[in-house]
Design a protein. Sequence first.
Length: 377
Amino acid sequence: MNTAEDFLKRRLDERQQAGTYRQLKPESSLIDFCSNDYLGFARSAVLKQSIAREVNNHPLSLNGAAGSRLLSGNIQYAEDLEDQIAAYHQSEASLLFNSGYDANLGLLSSLAQRGDTLILDELVHASIIDGARLSYANRYSFRHNDLESLEAKLKLAKGNCYVVIESVYSMDGDTPPVLEIFNLTEKYNAALIIDEAHAVGLYSKGLVCELGLQQRIFARVITFGKALGSHGAIVLGSSNLRNYLINFSRSFIYTTAASFHQLAAIKMAYQLLENSDEAIINLKRNIRLFKEKVNTGETYTLLNSDSSIQCIVLKSNETAREAARQLQTNNLDVRPILSPTVAQGTERIRICLHSFNTENELTLLAATLNKFILLHA
C-alpha cells in the first residue's frame, strides 16, 4: 500500500474506532423529522408542476449553462430573477451562487483583506468558517450569542471589520439578539453579515426583514435548499457588493452557472412562498405542539428554540445514536448529531419540524422521546 492510501486507511480506522465514522444512507420512508423541508416545498406537487410549466414556457433554454456567468453562462432570466429576489427581501441588489456553501465561501474569502478583521460567532456554519480561513484577515470568534464577548473582540479589530452570525443556528435552532448585535457593530463601525438559511420560511422573508433591519445590514445570505425546497443561494446587499463579488469572488467567477431548470425552480419556489401563509401558520403550530408534548426531565436538555430545529442534548455519541435508533424503530426519521460535528459532551438528536407533520405524528414523536428519556434518566 502506498503512503497516501495508508494515510487514508489509518484516518478512517481512527474514525471507526472512535465511533465517529460517517456513512451515506439511502432515502428513508420513515416519517420526516429530519429534513430541512420546513414548508414541504421539496415534496410539493404544486411546485413540481409549476417548475415544469416554466421550463416548457422557455423551449429554447439549455439543459445546462455550458459556462460560467462571466463567459457563456449568463442569461437575462438569471439577472431578472436576482432583481425579483432582491425586491422580495427588500435589498438593493443580489447575486446568485450555486449553493449556500459557495455563497459563504465566495463572500467571506473575497471581502476581508490582509489587515482587516473577521469576527464569527463560535457556532456559525462550516461554510462561514471555511470562507474566513481562505481570507488573509485577522480572525476571531466570540462566545455564542454573547454580547460582552463580541464587544471584546470588536475592541481588537483592525482595518475593515466584518461580524458574521446566523439568524437561526443550524445545530441549536436558536436565534441571536440581532438588534443588540447590530447596535454593537454600528458602534464600532463594523459591517454585519447574517446567514438567513434557516430563517426563511419560519419568517417569510427572513428574520432581518421581520425586524425591519433590511436597509441597515451589510450583507445577507439566503439559501434555497431548505424551506424553499430547491437548490442554490443568493447574497443580498448593495449594488457595489454585487459588482465586487462579480469581480473578486472566486466561487462565483470560476464555476459553471446554474442550469435554467435550477433557476426556474427558484423562481417558482418564491412564487409559492408568497402564498404560503397557511403553511407558515401550520409550522409555527407544530413547533408549539412539540414543545408542549415533550418532557426531557432533569437529565437531558431541550435547547431553547422557537424555530423548526429542536435539539435534545444527550451528552454522548452512544446515547444520541441509541435515541435515534429507538425513534427510527417507531417509524420516525430522526438523526443523531455526533461529535466532532458538535462539541464533545453536547451530542444530540436534531429534530426538524415541518408544516406537513400531523398532530398524530407529533404525539408519537413526543411519546417515544419521553419513554426513552424516562428509561435513560
